[in-house]
Design a protein around this ligand. Structure first.
Ligand code: PEP
Ligand code: MN
Length: 265
C-alpha cells in the first residue's frame, strides 16, 4: 500500500526547533493568535504565552481566508512584528507560507515554515520548501487521506528537507457540530508510518474554544509530540477565529494540565 514511500519509512527522524529535539517528553507547544493584528497585540500575547510555558509563537501574517473580504493578514509587516516578539521572548516563530515566492522573506523572519491545510496538496510549494533549510510544519489537508498526507511529507523529503513536523488539524466530515472532525487515530498512525513528530491543532480541529483543552489532553494520550493552540487576549474582537481562540487564563490552565501529565508519564 505504501509503495511510494521511500524516505519516510518509519525510522525515527529527530526534528529540532530552537536546538531541542521534539518528542512527547519535550513537546512543541506553539501558541498565539490566529493572525497577527498589530505590533502591540503580538508582543502582548507572545509575552503571555511564554510566561505560561509555550515553546514557540504562532500568528498568521499571510492568511489564506475562505472569503476574499475577510482580513487577509498584515503580510511583511506582520512578519517583522513576529520577529520582534520572538526577539523579546526567545520564542521561535511559526507562521504560514502561502507561496514559494515568499521563501527568501520567510528565511529572514521565520523559524518554522507552516504549510496550511489548504496548501497541503500544493506540490510546487512543497518542492520549493524541500530546499529550505528550516523545519516545516505540515498540516493535514482538510479533505486529505492519511496516505495523501504521508505523500505530501514525502515530497518535502524527496526534495531535500526531512525536518518535518506533522500536524493533525481535523478533517471535513458530514458533521457540522464541530468545525472539523479531529482524527486522533492519525497521530499514532503518522508517527509509526513516517517516524516524524506529530502535533495536534485542537483549535482548527474543533472550532470551539471549550473543546481545546480536553482534545489537547486526548491528543497527548494518543502520543502527540505537542500542540498548536490559538490564544487571544480579546477573542470576541479577534480579526479571525476568535470563537476557537482560548483566553490567556485558559492557556495557563491548559499548560498546567499538560505539565502534570508530562511528569506522570
Ligand atoms: C492556521 O493555523 O492559521 C490555519 C489557517 O490552519 P489550517 O491551515 O489548519 O486551516
Ligand atoms: Mn485560525
Amino acid at each position: 500500500m505504501m509503495e511510494d514511500k521511500k524516505i519516510l519509512t518509519g525510522k525515527k527522524i529527530h526534528v529540532k526547533v530552537n536546538g531541542k529535539i521534539i518528542d512527547q517528553k519535550n513537546p512543541l507547544i506553539i501558541a498565539g493568535p490566529c493572525a497577527v493584528e498589530s505590533r502591540e497585540q503580538i508582543i502582548h500575547i507572545a509575552k503571555i504565552v511564554k510566561k505560561y510555558g509555550a515553546t514557540a509563537l504562532r500568528g498568521g501574517a499571510f492568511k489564506p481566508r475562505t472569503s476574499p473580504y475577510s482580513f487577509q493578514g498584515l503580510g511583511v509587516e506582520g512578519l517583522k512584528y513576529l520577529k520582534e516578539a520572538s526577539e523579546l521572548t526567545g520564542l521561535p516563530v511559526v507562521t504560514e507560507i502561502t507561496d514559494a515566492k515568499y521563501i527568501d522573506l520567510f528565511n529572514t523572519y521565520v523559524d518554522v515554515f507552516q504549510v496550511g491545510s489548504r496548501n497541503m496538496n500544493n506540490y510546487s510549494l512543497l518542492k520549493a520548501l524541500g530546499k529550505v533549510d528550516k523545519p516545516i510544519l505540515l498540516k493535514r489537508g482538510m479533505s486529505s487521506t492519511i496516505y495523501e498526507w504521508i505523500l505530501a511529507a514525502e515530497y518535502l523529503a524527496e526534495f531535500g528537507n526531512t525536518d518535518i513536523i506533522l500536524c493533525e488539524r481535523g478533517i471535513r466530515t458530514f458533521d457540522t457540530y464541530t468545525r472539523n472532525t479531529l482524527d486522533l487515530a492519525a497521530i499514532p498512525i503518522m508517527k509509526k508510518e513516517t517516524g516524524l513528530p506529530v502535533i495536534v491543532d485542537p483549535s482548527h480541529g474543533t472550532g470551539r474554544r471549550e473543546l481545546v483543552c480536553i482534545m489537547t489532553k486526548a491528543a497527548i494520550a494518543a502520543g502527540a509530540d505537542g500542540a498548536i493552540i490559538e490564544v487571544h487576549n480579546d477573542p470576541d474582537n479577534a480579526l479571525s477565529d476568535g470563537h476557537q481562540s482560548i483566553k490567556p487564563e485558559q492557556f495557563k490552565e491548559l499548560m498546567s494540565v499538560y505539565k502534570k501529565i508530562l511528569t506522570q508519564q
